[in-house]
Write a protein that binds this ligand. Sequence first.
Ligand SMILES: NC(=O)N[C@@H](CC(=O)O)C(=O)O
Ligand SMILES: [Zn+2]
Ligand SMILES: [Zn+2]
Length: 348
Amino acid sequence: MTDRLTLLRPDDWHIHLRDGAALSQTVADVARTFGRAIVMPNLVPPVRNAAEASAYRQRILDARPAGSRFEPLMVLYLTDSTTPEDIHAAKSSGLVYAAKLYPAGATTNSASGVTSIDKVYPVLETMSELGVPLLIHGEVTRPEIDVFDREKVFIDEHMSRVVTRFPDLKIVFEHITTHDAVQFVEAAGTNVGATITAHHLLYNRNHMLVGGIRPHFYCLPILKRNVHQEALLDAATSANPKFFLGTDSAPHAQHAKEAACGCAGCYTAYAAIELYAEAFEQRNALDKLEAFASHHGADFYGLPRNDDHITLVRKEWTAPTTLPFGEHSLTPLRAGETLRWHVLEENA
Ligand SMILES: NC(=O)N[C@@H](CC(=O)O)C(=O)O
Ligand SMILES: [Zn+2]
Ligand SMILES: [Zn+2]
């Protein structure tokens, strides 16, 4: 049994850091182990252009713990009014690494999202030309579609069409949750990849709904049946370079999740690589973790891999029951429970 695992420093290809006073916690947590992170732009108002991305990046840099080399990789939020010029300016800023498509109303802070994908075709054309990846929250929002089917219907109605129409555009199907998404990504060209969260590898909808409703497991896309969880575990541990780490760590104040209408999002950044290690260990696949966490994402984005290492040790510890979140507090995923891996503090 492996008790110690040294990995090239990993990156997180999908995280929500929020803004303002929340940054001191969220940035410290991600910077503890990750070299870089793709920072989601769903602030209110969203990050719509190079100037807003640059200002947000500076607030993140200012929140880094002393001595941290953590690098935030910024993302534009596509709206119906994003122009090809916005993409050109973002690309030449050198700070923006992707643009994100949220179908309007699909998830937290997506009210300014795209109302119809056809409206942004000129923008996608420019992204394809400039090599700017398109990140997609792949769920339809039509009220008659069952919430558990939203990802599958999005593939059939939109994803297939976009991939065919833009054969050279790099596309990341974000936080995939279904067997259908795994199959779609596997069958697509090398320009199509996907992020997979730790919580979708560790849990299925029974964990959220059996024996009482657990709001801290509620995220979007929602946890699915265990057959889908198994398909995600197969994909993540397959060594296929199309699949890479993206935590989708998405903090909300405790009172906003433990409510009659609770917010979607799981906070995993405080123990992200440790949670992935648990998932990979369940499959006896710890030897596949480094490629998933530290190689595939950088390779997909065309960025150099990190050049230093972290070491995980098998060590039981108790997750905090609560963490500071600006003027509020948040309840992390696995609060108060035992975690089985820990990252050594001094990393060589
Ligand atoms: N994943 C979530 O459940 N929530 C995210 C938004 C998102 O990634 O869809 C958030 O910003 O809270
Ligand atoms: Zn999303
Ligand atoms: Zn997200």
